[in-house]
Structures are given as structure tokens and as C-alpha cells.
Design a protein. Structure first.
Lengths: 125, 319
């Protein structure tokens, strides 16, 4: 399955459709990393709102994407995790330590903008 | 409401014969015995409302019906309707809140009445009196077992309903300001409740597009490692949806317990009071509103926790 990657200004948006196979995830990873470099993206939003299941492999690879993109200067925000999916993930102890999370694409863009200015709030309380 | 199928009681031929023998003895005296135990029933406070609710005609009608059911069971071996009737009685008494012990008082009164009449039989034929006594005891046991079973089932049903009601009532979701929710948790959090709590939380986050949620556990009496784990999971799940959950209202005693038993609220930001929680999240929301202009404040990730890439939610809320 081919996941469309849209360019919105300095941000790439990948809307994952339905269930993605393990190889589909790997393909998405490779394409995202390649596109991020080519388009000089500052952030990536991965929309998983149409997914009913996020298993350990999917979670791991999304977090890996976030770590890889971090090295290439882009932040990653996962958006649209459904309540049932979030619940199952929490129960299985699956986390996304390297990726940000937001409710939907809109929020994801705001979150990315926020992350672009980390220094402003780093040691400021 | 209950799935237990009603079956013919397991009685051997001897017992059946004994119960029939008893029936032959009892039926002619039925009306007299009923009249005799009525005063005993009236002395039991629990039963007064039951008796008051019926006219003497209705009472006679009920006795007649009950006799017919018993006859069908004992003479024609048709136990179904009789046992169904007993179960209905048991359930009725449970729903009326009648003490189960009261029932035994009536049975005692009944036994005494029957025993007095049995004495005259015993004078002529000891063997028959013994058989009748055996039949009577066995029948009463069957009847009481059936009533007791239905009584307990009905009570359990009531308890179950009330538990549901308490659960429903005890997890309200309050909207404090734009996209900020408060969930006060009251009562014991067990596995079932924790699950329901998490579902409520996640639904609320989605429906209100919440950015921040303060979960206040002032009303939770006990927090052990299991509960702590449940709460941490709920917060983690909400975080995956992009909301920040702050836990407040951990009393000194509970905090002490958590430390003593070594339970951890991993990755969950905690603050002292509900007020602190609301203020922290509002401050954060304001800072985020300004983030677009490069003036983010108080929302930065806690660099030490996850190599500088952690999202702002991980225990990094400045008070």
C-alpha cells in the first residue's frame, strides 16, 4: 500500500490509510526520510486516525522514524491516535518517546511550530 | 435476569413415595394449618406489609393456587411450575428487602403445626409417621433451596445494578475552560473501574478536543501499585492522543504509601492540588498560544528525560 506524503509548506504530512503491513511501514520510513531530505522539511506529521490497531512493530518504527528525522533536522508528531488504540497501546506498554503527539493534523502543525522554538522555554520557568 | 434452568429435583423413588405419603397426610389439613400459621406470620415484622397488601380473598386464592402447584409437583411429577413459583417468591422477597431468616420462622411455625397433627398419626402407625416426616423435611428443603437460590440471585442482581450506578456517577468530566478538562475521581479504583475511567478520559479528550486534563484523585481512598499502574496507563493513553494529563490530589498518606511500596507513577506529571493543576495547564496553554511568535514559555521538554526530544508532556510542567 502506498501512503501519500503531502508537502504543506515546510512540513510533510503522511496520512496512513487503514492497516499498514510491516513492509509497508518500512517503505514509508524510507520514503519519508528521503523526502524530508529532498524537501528540506522542518517537521513531519504522521496521521494514524484511520488505523484501528497500532501494534508493537508499528509503534517501534514510528518512533524510529522520529529519531531518524531528528538527526536530519525535522521533528515528528503523530496525530489522530484513536481512543481505543491509545488504550490498547498504554496497556501493552507501547510508547512513542521520540515523537510528539497531537489530536489531529491541525494540532500537529501547531505542535511542530511549538517545537521549533524549544530554546525559548528550555530553562525558563 | 437469571439463567438457571429449572429442573425436577433429583429425588429417588423412596423419597418420592415419602413426599406423596406426606401429601396424603397434609392435603386434608392444608386449610387448617394455613389458618394456624397466619398469626405466626403476623408476628414477624418483615411480613406485615406483605400480609397487609392482600385481602383475605386474595390470600385464600393464593393458598389455593399454591396448593394446586404443589399437588401437580408431588402427585403428577410436574415440578416446573411449582419451582418457578417458588423462585418468583424468592425474588419478590429479595426485592422487598425481607430478611431471609424471617422465612425460616414461618417454616418453623409450619413444622410445629404439622408435628402436632403427626403425633396422632404416630400413635396408630409409627412407620407411616416416620415416612411422612421424611417426606415433609425433604419437600421443605427442596422448596427452601429454590427460594434461597432465587433470593440470593436477586440480591446479587441488585448489588450489581448499584455498583454500575456508582460507577456511572463517580466519573464526571468537567470542562473548566477552553480545551481544559477536570476529572475528579471518587471511590475505589479497581481494574474494571480503571478501564472505564481510561475510556471516559479518552472519549472526553476526543470529544472536547482537550489539550489538558487534570485528574484529581483526592477522593480515591487507596492507591496501591496496581492503581498507580492503572493511572499511569490512563495518562499515557491520553498523551498518545496529544493531551497532557496532570495528576493532582495525592494526599500525604498516599504519597508516603507510594514511596514505601516502591510504586511509581512513571512519566505522569503530578501536582499538589487541583488548583495547581488547572493553573499549570492554563499557563501552558497560554504559552502555546504564543508559541507561534517564538515566545514559548514553560512548555519545554525536560531535556534530561528523553535525550532532548521528549514531548512537553513528560513530567516537565513547571509550577
Amino acid at each position: 500500500m502506498h501512503v501519500p506524503i503531502l508537502k504543506v509548506g515546510p512540513v510533510l504530512v503522511a496520512a496512513v490509510q487503514d492497516e499498514l503491513t510491516d513492509s509497508g511501514w518500512r517503505e514509508l520510513r524510507d520514503r519519508l526520510v528521503e523526502r524530508a531530505g529532498r524537501d528540506r522539511a522542518r517537521g513531519v506529521v504522521i496521521d494514524v486516525s484511520s488505523m484501528d490497531v497500532m501494534d508493537s512493530y508499528a509503534t517501534r518504527i514510528v518512533d524510529a522514524i522520529a529519531r531518524i528525522l531528528r538527526y536530519r533536522g525535522a521533528d515528528t508528531v503523530v496525530v489522530g491516535v484513536q481512543p481505543s488504540v491509545a488504550f490498547a497501546m498504554a496497556q501493552l506498554g507501547l510508547r512513542l518517546p521520540s515523537a510528539g503527539t497531537a489530536l489531529d493534523v491541525d494540532e500537529g502543525l501547531v505542535e511542530l511550530q511549538r517545537r521549533k522554538h524549544p530554546a525559548a522555554g528550555q530553562h525558563d520557568s | 435476569m437469571e439463567s438457571k434452568s429449572i429442573a425436577t429435583p433429583q429425588l429417588d423413588a423412596d423419597t418420592r413415595a415419602a413426599i406423596r405419603e406426606y401429601w396424603g397426610f397434609y392435603e386434608p389439613h392444608a386449610a387448617a394449618i394455613a389458618a394456624e400459621i397466619l398469626p405466626a406470620c403476623e408476628r414477624i415484622p418483615d411480613f406485615v406489609p406483605v400480609l397487609r397488601a392482600k385481602t383475605p380473598e386474595q390470600m385464600a386464592e393464593q393458598n389455593k393456587r399454591s396448593l394446586a402447584l404443589q399437588r401437580a409437583a408431588i402427585v403428577d411429577d410436574q415440578w416446573g411450575p411449582y419451582l418457578t413459583d417458588l423462585r418468583a417468591q424468592g425474588m419478590q422477597y429479595a426485592n422487598m428487602g425481607i430478611n431471609f431468616a424471617s422465612w425460616f420462622e414461618i417454616i418453623t411455625a409450619y413444622r410445629e403445626c404439622a408435628a402436632r397433627r403427626l403425633v396422632s398419626v404416630a400413635r396408630e402407625d409409627m412407620q407411616r409417621a416416620t415416612t411422612i416426616s421424611k417426606g415433609m423435611n425433604r419437600l421443605l428443603d427442596v422448596a427452601m433451596a429454590e427460594i434461597g437460590d432465587a433470593y440470593v440471585a436477586a440480591k446479587e442482581e441488585i448489588i450489581h445494578r448499584q455498583q454500575e450506578a456508582i460507577r456511572e456517577l463517580s466519573t464526571p468530566v468537567l470542562r473548566v475552560s477552553d480545551r481544559l478538562l477536570v476529572i475528579p475521581v471518587v471511590g475505589v479504583v479497581d481494574t474494571h473501574r480503571a478501564r472505564q475511567l481510561t475510556e471516559t478520559l479518552l472519549r472526553a479528550v476526543r470529544d472536547n478536543r482537550a489539550r489538558g486534563v487534570v485528574m484529581d484523585i483526592t477522593g480515591v481512598p487507596i492507591v496501591d501499585s496496581k492503581v498507580a499502574n492503572h493511572l499511569a496507563q490512563a495518562c499515557e493513553a491520553a498523551r498518545l492522543m496529544g493531551a497532557t494529563v496532570v495528576l493532582t490530589g495525592i494526599s500525604a498518606a498516599i504519597a508516603e504509601t507510594l514511596v514505601t511500596i516502591g510504586a511509581e507513577l512513571r512519566g505522569v506529571p503530578t501536582l499538589g492540588s487541583l488548583q495547581d493543576g488547572i493553573e499549570a495547564l492554563e499557563r501552558r496553554a497560554r504559552a502555546e498560544g504564543a508559541a507561534g511568535h517564538g515566545a514559548a514559555n514553560g512548555t519545554a521538554a525536560n531535556g534530561a528525560s528523553t535525550n532532548g526530544t521528549s514531548n512537553g508532556a513528560s513530567s516537565s510542567l513547571e509550577v
